[in-house]
Design a protein. Structure first.
Length: 240
């Protein structure tokens, strides 16, 4: 078992997830990367090892409560208690599953809640009791700008984004006196190096982008200060 603090990155991908792993890893954190598939895990471990960062990888579907509980238990056994959780919610393939709200029925609106909000609550339920017992910890989440201002193009993602944002802001207020920090990274733009950025670039789209290293740096500052509930990264043009 490592004596380092541990960050668990749920929904690890080549964009923000890996930037979070590198940023916290450089501060001495042991890193646990969790994603549905193990296909890219050897490359992730090699990239982190090149910086001297202790990292383990785990294949698990965090939308499945049993798999989520199981992977949290394995991380604890391998690395020690999770000090920091970063939850990067599952994102539809470049908007393929997004339905415009005027055409959406209850099932279409419910789907993003089940892939984003419910797993976020499950992740919190899995790690928060230990954090409260130790009197310290951090819960960080990747959110979407559609939770802050109307973005009709994001359709059915908007209600789930708003729910996740308010869930985290309320957690922040509820946990402030218990040594546990909760914060949301509200992102408006394509995160460079991520899968959505790759797909959209292959399609010839030219959309505003954000540097994941900049976002991860802000997340680290939030972790240190522990008084900021939200950081907004808005590269999108203002509404007409």
């Amino acid at each position: 078992m490592s004596s380092s603090s541990v960050i668990a990155v749920l929904g690890a991908g080549p964009g923000l997830g890996m930037s979070m792993a590198h940023r916290f890893g450089r501060e001495g954190f042991a890193v646990a990367l969790v994603s549905r598939s193990a296909r890219r895990h050897p490359g992730y471990r090699a990239a982190l090892a090149a910086e001297g960062i202790d990292a383990r990888t785990y294949a698990a579907d965090v939308t499945d409560p049993a798999q989520l509980a199981g992977v949290v238990e394995r991380i604890g056994a391998d690395l020690g208690p999770i000090d920091t959780l970063y939850f990067g919610p599952a994102t539809p393939d470049a908007g393929a599953d997004v339905v415009p709200l005027p055409q959406a029925g209850p099932a279409e609106v419910r789907a993003p809640f089940e892939s984003v909000v419910t797993p976020a609550a499950g992740a919190v339920a899995a790690v928060l009791p230990g954090m409260l017992e130790r009197g310290r910890g951090a819960l960080l989440f990747g959110g979407g700008l559609a939770g802050l201002r109307p973005l009709p193009a994001l359709g059915t993602l908007a209600p789930a984004s708003a729910a996740l944002r308010m869930y985290v802001l309320t957690l922040h207020a509820a946990l402030a006196e218990h040594g546990v920090h909760a914060g949301v990274l509200t992102i408006g733009g394509l995160v460079e190096h991520g899968d959505i950025h790759r797909v959209m670039t292959e399609r010839g789209a030219r959309l505003p982008t954000l540097d994941p290293d900049v976002i991860a740096e802000r997340a680290w500052r939030m972790y240190l200060a522990r008084d900021e509930a939200e950081a907004v990264f808005d590269a999108l043009p203002p509404a007409a």
